[in-house]
Design a protein around this ligand. Structure first.
Ligand SMILES: [Zn+2]
Length: 290
């Protein structure tokens, strides 16, 4: 799933391409991806003619603020990603006119929603598994969206004091707590593993039992890892592509994620994989002792 760095990458790139553009039409072959309003026709009628005034990230959500007091929320979920380019319809499918990764990379071919812009370009949602969601709100209603309602402070913005204070009330395992969007917004499986490895904290540690210096180490690692991942354009172990259809580069810098059985880069111990809350968790049993 795209996490904070991937969503940030998408937002930053879309800002350079889509700001002040107007939606002139929308196409879909999967109306259920549009959750609000439930009728695709209503969605289309409401969004047509509106200009993109602002694009921002909130946790893993992308928010397009539109003229007419509207806000469109896109959550890419498991395998979704927004692309920017030009496509044309060929036998009921949209095929990219543009060469390069947009055309050649199969991850960019699962187009289910296409937004047509007034400059002749399009934003397209490519989503293999079709779990993404698109919702349209008035600006006032936006905070009622299920993925925004209980959203915690952003992982890049939370202060050490606030992080420490919140951690004291959490009994859950630190790995799970880091991924809990109401605790802190933006982190998923890959970055949680990388952050805990860097901070030398065992992922199974009950959060409220973490010593002050460990909390500080996690907070510091979180900032460092997320910032570096943004700089590298995110991670593309599976489906993520940026709006140009290209992969992120941070996968070349990960230390533990999916490295089960390999030597720990710090102490050479074989790295382990366990399940926490149903999610694969990778760690070094020596550097990250419980
Ligand atoms: Zn180690």
């Amino acid at each position: 799933m795209p996490e904070l760095p991937e969503v940030e990458t998408t937002v930053k790139m879309l800002q350079t391409k889509v700001l002040n553009r107007t939606f002139v039409d929308i196409w879909t072959n999967s109306p259920p991806l549009i959750k609000k309003p439930q009728s695709f026709l209503d969605f289309k009628n409401q969004i047509k003619g509106h200009k993109v005034l602002k694009i921002e990230r909130r946790g893993k959500n992308i928010i397009f603020s539109l003229s007419g007091n509207l806000a469109m929320l896109v959550h890419q979920k498991m395998t979704g990603h927004l692309l920017y380019g030009k496509w044309e319809e060929e036998n009921g499918k949209w095929v990219s006119e543009i060469k390069g990764p947009l055309k050649s990379d199969s991850q960019n071919r699962f187009l289910h929603i296409v937004f047509f812009l007034d400059n002749g370009f399009q934003i397209a949602l490519s989503d293999l598994r079709k779990f993404a969601k698109v919702e349209l709100y008035s600006q006032e209603e936006l905070n009622l969206a299920s993925t925004l309602k209980n959203l915690g402070k952003d992982a890049l913005k939370i202060s050490l004091e606030e992080f420490t204070k919140k951690s004291k009330n959490q009994k859950g395992k630190i790995k799970q707590v880091l991924m809990e969007q109401s605790f802190i917004a933006g982190i998923g499986n890959i970055y949680a593993d990388e952050i805990l490895f860097r901070a030398k904290v065992n992922p199974q540690t009950p959060t409220n039992e973490l010593k002050k210096n460990k909390i500080k180490a996690i907070h510091k690692a979180m900032q460092a890892i997320l910032k570096m991942a943004i700089k590298e354009g995110g991670t593309s172990f599976s489906d993520f592509r940026n709006p140009d259809g290209e992969k992120g580069n941070f996968g070349n810098f990960t230390k533990v994620y999916r490295k089960t059985g390999q030597d720990c880069p710090r102490c050479k111990t074989k790295m382990k994989r366990i399940k926490i809350g149903g999610r694969s968790t990778h760690f070094c049993p020596k550097c990250q002792k419980l």
